[in-house]
Design a protein around this ligand. Structure first.
Ligand code: FAD
Length: 516
């Protein structure tokens, strides 16, 4: 099929990110975005991942362009609280690369510290390996790559907290429309399906009929094209991930200096977890839970108790469709955003999936014609990436040992599918690699953030029995003499990074210059 006329249906952040990407890469194609003026977008105060920087660079968007309009702040890490046990405290998964240059055994030096000094808290892991944890702890940030803080790259390792709805509106007004995207405010009332091409035409609520070479379904959870019109099967993740609902709210700052931190915090509570996303003017917060264990009303009470707020705030209830369509590109419909699928909000994967799918869509459209082969490869690549991220999110639940409520006991006793635990899928990541790394390799490899989560959840690859099984000289004094020097080095580095970070400007001051 030839793709010159592209109609995007839906004007949430996925819709406008799609329009912006397509007009930036294909200025000669006809790009139109149709959105209902009556159906609201999701927009809860989103937390993003560092990968968004490559997408922003593709579009030539700078921080100073969008941040002042989207209530945006900087994010260096994700904190997890009480996921392992009810009162197990907090650990971090910072962005960027772990510093292991002078280590004896790559990431694994720290585990020797832990078994020789068992009182070492798991929060120490990220502090010993990630230079920028010192910035997180001091609530400061370097806007330039700082040579004294090794491996830290501002452009690569810093993500954003932002209001995704405002981001969509900014893209519309400042990027898409000035570059020639047509904008139609109307609701889709009818879709004419044709078994050969997919969608033959769409009828809008003003009775206008529209056609396109390619329709991009960005209609959120309602997925009116890929799901309602084409009936593409939806593969639910309910057997792997427990949550399907959320309450979201906006919390005003009481003490902005203290509360505006450079990380998203996720706290596990009775029937799920609560996010805390500090934006420039307010905190976005929400409770992600399962309505199979708690009613929506009781979930709201649990949320209010946790954030110590009541009816003075407004709360929005959201029902989430967790899973992904079997194929997200079917005939002449390609779904991007919540219409394609959603994992759940943990690990900030929503907007990540949008820009990663868009990279693949752009690559597929490069040759103008799109064959069935092209679509199959797109489907396989996007699905693989999505499932691998889903495994990563599932890992946070699978490693939990909480047993204080029925929800957490069921999470702990859940039987994960054989696919996740026993087989090695072609992408070989997530559960499977880590199961093998821990149980057979006795060490973790430096891939993604899985090792941070595993360590925070006390799932250590290297421990005394593993060393004993590999070595006869497994006497604790022998290991102390062998490991004391690397442990001292690790401690010294942590202190040095802490000193260096004192020189960094305060996060609030840096943000003030952007928002002034
Ligand atoms: P929506 O925002 O729902 O937009 C749908 C659009 O389709 C709207 O414009 C609507 O008007 C239009 N539409 C619907 N039906 C019709 C119709 N019949 N005719 C015309 N138009 C129609 N992502 C992150 O990256 N980080 C996070 O921290 C994060 N947290 C989240 C928390 C929750 C509880 C949820 C549910 C999501 C979260 N996400 C997060 C995901 C993120 O919010 C979405 O990926 C993102 O907002 C994109 O949404 P969307 O554009 O696909 O859908």
């Amino acid at each position: 099929m030839l793709v010159n006329d592209i109609k995007i249906i839906g004007g949430g952040s996925a819709g406008w990110m799609t329009a912006a990407t397509l007009i930036s890469q294909f200025p000669d194609k006809k790009i139109t975005l149709v959105e209902s003026p009556n159906i609201s977008t999701v927009g809860v105060g989103e937390s993003t991942l560092g990968h968004i920087n490559t997408w922003l660079a593709l579009l030539g968007i700078e921080d100073e362009d969008f941040m002042p309009h989207c209530d945006a702040s900087y994010k260096l890490s994700i904190g997890f609280e009480n996921f392992y046990r009810k009162d197990s405290g907090q650990f971090h998964y910072p962005f960027g690369s772990p510093y292991t240059q002078e280590n004896i055994a790559d990431l694994n030096d720290w585990y020797f510290k832990k078994f020789l000094y068992p009182d070492t808290p798991v929060s120490d892991y990220a502090e010993c390996l990630f230079p920028q944890m010192a910035l997180v702890n001091k609530n400061r940030i370097f806007k330039n790559d700082n040579q004294d803080l090794p491996l830290f790259s501002f452009k690569r390792d810093v993500a954003y907290h932002m209001d995704a709805t405002k981001f969509g509106l900014w893209l519309k007004d400042h990027y898409c429309i000035p570059r020639g995207v047509s904008h139609v405010k109307s609701e889709v009332k009818f879709t004419k399906v044709n078994n050969d091409v997919g969608i033959e035409y769409i009828v809008l609520d003003n009775d206008k009929k529209i056609k396109a070479d390619l329709f991009v379904d960005c209609t959120g959870f309602s997925a009116i094209l890929i799901d309602k019109a084409l009936n593409e099967p939806f593969e639910s993740f309910k057997d792997v991930l427990p949550n399907n609902s959320a309450w979201a709210t906006r919390i005003p700052y009481k003490n902005k200096k203290k509360e505006l931190v450079s990380y998203t915090n996720c706290t596990a509570i009775d029937n799920g977890w609560v996010w805390n996303v500090p934006l420039w003017s307010r905190i976005g917060s929400g409770y992600v839970y399962s309505d199979r264990y708690v009613s929506d009303d009781d979930a709201l009470l649990q949320f209010q108790k946790h954030i110590k707020k009541g009816d003075e705030l407004e709360y929005k209830k959201i029902k989430m469709r967790i899973g992904i369509h079997k194929n997200t590109w079917v005939k002449n419909v390609c779904a991007i955003g919540l219409s394609a699928g959603f994992i759940e909000p943990l690990e900030s994967n929503g907007l990540y999936s949008v820009h990663e799918f868009l990279f693949k869509l752009v690559r597929t459209l490069q040759r103008e014609h799109v064959s069935q082969w092209d679509k199959d490869v797109y489907n396989s690549a996007t699905k693989t990436e999505f499932l691998s991220f889903m495994e990563f999110v599932a890992f946070h639940f699978a490693l939990s040992h909480r047993d204080d409520t029925e929800y957490w006991r069921d999470v702990m006793n859940r039987q994960y599918s054989k696919n996740l635990v026993e087989h090695i899928p072609s992408w070989a990541s997530g559960f499977v690699t880590n199961t093998f790394d821990k149980m057979r390799g006795y060490s973790f490899y430096n891939s993604g953030g899985i090792h941070c989560i595993a360590t925070g959840m006390h799932w250590f690859p290297t421990d005394f029995p593993s060393i004993k099984s590999l070595n006869y000289e497994a006497d604790i004094d022998y290991w102390k003499s062998k490991w004391q020097l690397p442990i001292n080095n690790m401690n010294e580095r942590k202190n040095k990074w802490s000193q260096i970070s004192k020189k960094a400007p305060k996060l609030l001051d840096v943000l003030k210059t952007i928002h002034s």
